[in-house]
Each structure stands twice: as structure tokens, then as C-alpha cells.
Design a protein around this ligand. Sequence first.
Ligand SMILES: N[C@@H](CCC(=O)N[C@@H](CS)C(=O)NCC(=O)O)C(=O)O
Length: 263
Amino acid sequence: MSSPSLRCLYALKISPWSERARWVLDHHRLAYREIEHVPFMGERRLRRLLGNPEGRATVPVLVEGERVLTNSWDIARYADREGHGEKLLPPELEQEIRGWHERAEIRMSAGRALTVASMLASDEALEESLPGQVPRLLRRLLRPGTRFGMRWFARKYQLDLAGTAAAERVLCEGLEALRSALQGASYVLGRFSYADIIAASMLQGVVPVADRYLRLGPGMRRAWTKPALAARYPELIAWRDQLYERHRAKPERARRAEQLAAS
Ligand SMILES: N[C@@H](CCC(=O)N[C@@H](CS)C(=O)NCC(=O)O)C(=O)O
């Protein structure tokens, strides 16, 4: 195995796709350095990193030496191969989990339109969306540029910001499917697997997970919350919160565990 210190995860802090990648790496106690990707401003760097592909460039991206993994699914498979934790993609479930991944892609893309529309309507959320090191006063001054960047992001993903009712229907299909799969059970497929991580990531766009797992400003939290959906699927949010309690090792703890294992 190559040195863990060489692993770099390019990630968008608040993105549920990036959270999936962090989760699988932490679960498997694989150390990594996280490099923050900022949409619009970071586009050129990201495209260069990916060798200027024809299509859309997205994060998470995991780089380890010469290896560049360009989506959350490949990162999950990599972590399962290289890691030390219980398998998240056991061979007998992999095909079924892949189905969850593909359907979640459609539903979460619909959810993205709802969240971006809410963010564009909130000065507070726009200001909070800038990287942590940007001073408060500057955030306000930069607001028009941030709004421009958010519109650019909506075009990049071809989001229909006016058709939010249709987007909500698509997201609801995913929530109904999860409800049917769980029916009071702890796990989507009978044991903890990557299907649970995918499902939990879909719920980020309904009610974001607690701040101790992923810190969000109040404006961002409001923009990411869909009160009507939260009221319709409270048991899914409670399920997700429990899943985090049980299975989301604190990254610091996981990193320390790997350092100890290596020493
Ligand atoms: N299929 C990809 C989708 C990843 C994705 O959609 N990433 C978005 C999350 S919002 C992204 O990179 N956004 C940042 C950008 O486009 O600059 C995966 O599973 O990794």
C-alpha cells in the first residue's frame, strides 16, 4: 500500500457527495488531506486536475500518487479495497447498492435545484457559502459576485430554478423508496453498507445533519432545509441522525487511529 500521507481529497465542504467520500475514508481509517474546492473560483484548477475532460468536472476527487478517482462511487470502492473497516460494498450487495447510487444521482440532482433556488433567495446563505477564511465584511461586499457564481453553478448543472415543484416530486420518489426500504429497520439492506451512506446523503438536502458533523451557518442551514418534506418524512431524518451517531466516526478520531496504527 502506498503512503497514506499522499492521499488528497478535493471536496466541497457542504456537498453531500463529498460527505460520502469523507465518510467512507473515515470509516476505513484511511488518512487523507482535504483540499477545499470552491465552485466557480476553483473550476479551472479542478478541470486541470482531471486532465481537462470534455464533460462536467465535479468533486469529490481523490488523488493518491498517479491515481485520480473522479467520483464518489469509485472512492467508495477504493476505500473498501484499501481500508481497515468492515466492507461497505460487500460483493453480494454491490449490484443492489449501485442501483441506489444511480437512483440517488437523479433524485439528488433534483434536490440540488431546490437548494440552489433557496440559496439565491438568501443573502445570508450566499455570504456563508464563501470559504471560511473570507472576512465577514468582505462577504457582504462580495455578494454580487457570489450570486453570479451561484447562477453560473446553476447553469453548469442545467438546473431548472423555476420548476421546483417537479424537482420536489423527483426528490420525494427517493424519500418514498427509502421509507419502503427501511420500514423501521436500522439499515437499507439489512446491515450497514454504502447504501445507508448514499441514503443519508440524500437527506442532507431535506434537513442538514447536526453541526457537530458538518458545520453550516444559519442561512445555509435554512436554505438546505425543506420544512414541508421534513414534516412529511420525520422518521427518515431520525433514522439518518441515528445512523450518524452509530457509524460516523469523528474524522479527527479516525485520523488519530490511523496515525497510531502506522506508528
Ligand atoms: N457523480 C458524481 C457527482 C458529484 C457532484 O455532483 N458533485 C457536485 C456536488 S454539488 C460538485 O462537484 N459541485 C461543485 C462544482 O461543480 O464546482 C459523484 O458521485 O461524485
